[in-house]
Design a binder for this molecule. Structure first.
Ligand SMILES: *Cc1c(COP(=O)(O)O)cnc(C)c1O
Length: 371
């Protein structure tokens, strides 16, 4: 295919990842690199440093590890490497991604307790405390920051307070929030934070990363239940070989991610990016409500990342048809993932502006054939 065709970008993605990336990020991939090359490994080291800098002011206490695969591979790497043979994991669940953590633990034969109050409420903190009180054998607690299933932003600070009151290791899936919402992993006493290249940092898919407290990573030595997903060994290799990955790394995706980090800084950092996402989300919500759509979550739980909307009540509404019409106009939205309620989702992250959101809403208005 000719280059000018490749550069044409037919769709804007209103999804929580992969998402629309800038021309700069895509252009960064037009170089081939060797995985053992010093310059390439230098990019990797710079990425690791920048990630720690974005995650905390306590940069000496934390380290960043990059891991091949999608976000789930990174979650599996942490769950499979952090919990010792006789450890026990508590998973706080209110959506698909929390359930996925429990499923990973089950497959890895890890003793697991779950706290699941359905998809529409934030975790019950009283229950969380009770479980930790009653089951002193629990060693690790895992929770999801932004539950992308619904768009709910979980109260990670309050969860952390309880987890640390009982002195447990705290694992956070911040896949869809890191880079788009400001917080400090040291302040929140997070031991392992997991995120992915193709979410709020606005890179392309291919790998994810873990930001971990240094002693927590060294504690993983010899615990891994998988060779390829051994978090400790991946970290040790990156440290000892100055940015070299153990196995073939997604070089093009890594270069794109490096560029994405530079662009995040140019935009003004996480605070500014948060403001843009929030404006996108507020513009979206207002526009959709004006058309007559109802959103799923009460405002107090709603993240600036992704919003779930109920299907309109008309029996004429067909999501597939709706999706295809928007796609034909250049907009990709996201199906729902709730187990019970008929909803679809629209993301507000990626290289999109409030103007793009307004165009999407206008297009939706013109395609509400169910009226
Ligand atoms: C995207 C996402 C993941 C990872 O999903 P992959 O498809 O493996 O990239 C995990 N947790 C949350 C909350 C997510 O949004």
């Amino acid at each position: 295919m000719r280059l000018d065709k490749l550069q044409g970008n037919p769709y804007l993605l209103f999804t929580p990842g992969p998402l629309s990336t800038t021309a700069g990020v895509k252009a960064a991939m037009l170089k081939d690199q060797c995985t053992w090359d010093e310059d390439y490994n230098g990019f990797v080291q710079e990425i690791r440093e920048r990630l720690v800098g974005l995650a905390t002011k306590e940069i000496r206490d934390y380290t960043a590890i990059l891991m091949q695969g999608s976000g789930t591979f990174c979650v599996e790497s942490v769950i499979g490497s952090a919990i010792p043979r006789h450890g026990k994991l508590l998973v706080v669940i209110n959506g698909v991604y929390g359930r996925r953590i429990a499923q990973i633990a089950e497959i890895l034969n890890i003793d697991t307790v779950i706290l699941d109050d359905g998809e529409l409420m934030p975790p019950d903190l009283g229950k969380l405390e009770n479980v930790l009180k009653k089951e002193p054998g629990i060693t690790h607690v895992a929770a999801v920051h932004c539950e992308t299933t619904t768009g709910m932003l979980n109260p990670i600070d309050k969860i952390s307070e309880i987890v640390k009151k009982y002195d447990k290791v705290f694992i956070v899936d911040a896949m869809s929030s890191f880079g788009g919402i400001e917080f400090d992993v040291a302040k929140l006493k997070i031991d392992f934070l997991i995120s992915s290249a193709n979410k709020c940092i606005q890179g392309v898919p291919g790998f994810g990363f873990i930001i971990a407290e240094k002693d927590a990573v060294t504690g993983c030595k010899g615990r891994a239940r998988s060779l390829a997903l051994d978090l400790y060994d991946q970290w040790r290799t990156m440290e000892e070989h100055h940015g070299k990955w153990r196995f073939t790394s997604p070089t093009h995706a890594v270069l794109a991610f490096h560029q994405a980090l530079l662009e995040l800084e140019e935009e003004g950092g996480i605070k500014k990016r948060y403001e843009r996402y929030r404006e996108n989300q507020q513009t979206l919500l207002k526009g959709m409500q004006d058309i007559g759509f109802k959103s799923l979550l009460p405002l107090e739980y709603q993240s600036p990342i992704v919003t779930s909307f109920f299907y309109p009540e008309s029996a004429m509404f067909d999501f597939k048809e709706f999706y295809n019409r928007l796609k034909a106009c250049g907009f990709i939205i996201y199906p729902g993932k709730l187990t019970q309620l008929p909803t679809f989702r629209i993301g507000s992250i990626g290289d999109i502006s409030a103007e793009d959101v307004k165009r999407l809403v206008e297009t939706i208005k013109q395609n509400i054939f169910w009226k």
